[in-house]
Ligand binder design. Structure first.
Ligand code: 313
Length: 267
């Protein structure tokens, strides 16, 4: 029998995540840019994507997923990004903390901690991997905080405690943001805040910060991933700075697949 093409072996499907994620918009752009006319992007969730990835990887079957760094999947599996010569996925991205307008005057202490927040891919990875291995997010976050007091002190030094002020952090259930939001929730709680974590989809997350129904989010992927949301809500949110640089989105495949570029999906 003749070898099937990459597309045939994958039923021309790219395994995506939640439909509002920026990586999904970027992938639709890639489908157009690379003229992947027969291909479909299947939406679902971050958890469903990693379950499909595990199933295919364990059976050494072909799979293409919408992937991003930082993520524990690169520690778990031997994976590679497909080269993106047309730049559909942009270049180096950053994770930004965004706050509702008015946050600084209403909650100066929280505004300062959120602006100070920054950590490395490895530090986030410790929390993400503990959660992947079955730890509750709040327990994994507390363990990291307990073992990294000096890092947390960088974010909170000189900041006065408050007395039970309510604060709402919006996020999407991406492994990276489950980790960061749980860590920040505990840090703000230790400063006296009454913290609510609001798990929503990406569109409602940006909308909540823009309309003030959430106070902040640690999940702003910029400049490209969430460009559409940032433009839509320009002037209705404050960028509190980057918590991590050198992050990335793209199409990810197991290393055992002998393709190297998005161009190869056309074969
Ligand atoms: C899945 S990445 C963390 C963010 C995004 O694609 O919107």
């Amino acid at each position: 029998s003749t070898d099937s093409t990459v597309g045939e072996s994958l039923n021309y499907k790219i395994t995506g995540i939640d439909p509002g994620a920026g990586i999904m918009e970027a992938t639709e752009r890639a489908i157009t840019d690379y003229e992947l006319d027969e291909w479909d992007l299947v939406s679902g969730s971050s958890a469903a994507m990693t379950a499909s990835l595990k199933k295919a990887y364990d059976a050494e079957e072909p799979i293409v997923v919408t992937g991003w760094t930082p993520h524990w999947k690169f520690a778990e599996y031997d994976l590679k990004y497909l080269e993106d010569p047309k730049g559909s996925y942009g270049g180096e991205e950053e994770i930004h903390t965004i706050g509702r307008t008015g946050l600084q005057e209403d909650m100066p202490e929280a505004h300062q901690v959120l602006s100070n927040f920054n950590w490395t891919e490895d530090e986030m990875g410790e929390v993400m991997i503990a959660i992947k291995d079955g730890e509750k997010p709040e327990v994994a976050a507390q363990t990291w905080i307990d073992t990294n007091p000096e890092k947390v002190a960088e974010w909170t030094e000189g900041i006065e405690k408050v007395d039970g002020d309510k604060i709402k952090l919006a996020y999407v259930a991406w492994d990276s943001e489950i980790a960061s939001t749980n860590v920040m929730s505990i840090v703000l709680t230790s400063l006296g805040y009454d913290v609510t974590m609001l798990q929503v989809e990406a569109g409602p997350m940006w909308t909540a910060v823009a309309d003030g129904s959430a106070d902040a989010s640690l999940a702003g992927w910029l400049p490209l991933t969430h460009a559409t949301y940032a433009e839509k809500f320009d002037g209705k949110f404050e960028d509190l700075g980057t918590s991590m640089t050198g992050v990335k989105i793209g199409l990810v495949v197991p290393a055992y697949m002998d393709i190297t570029s998005i161009e190869d999906l056309k074969k």
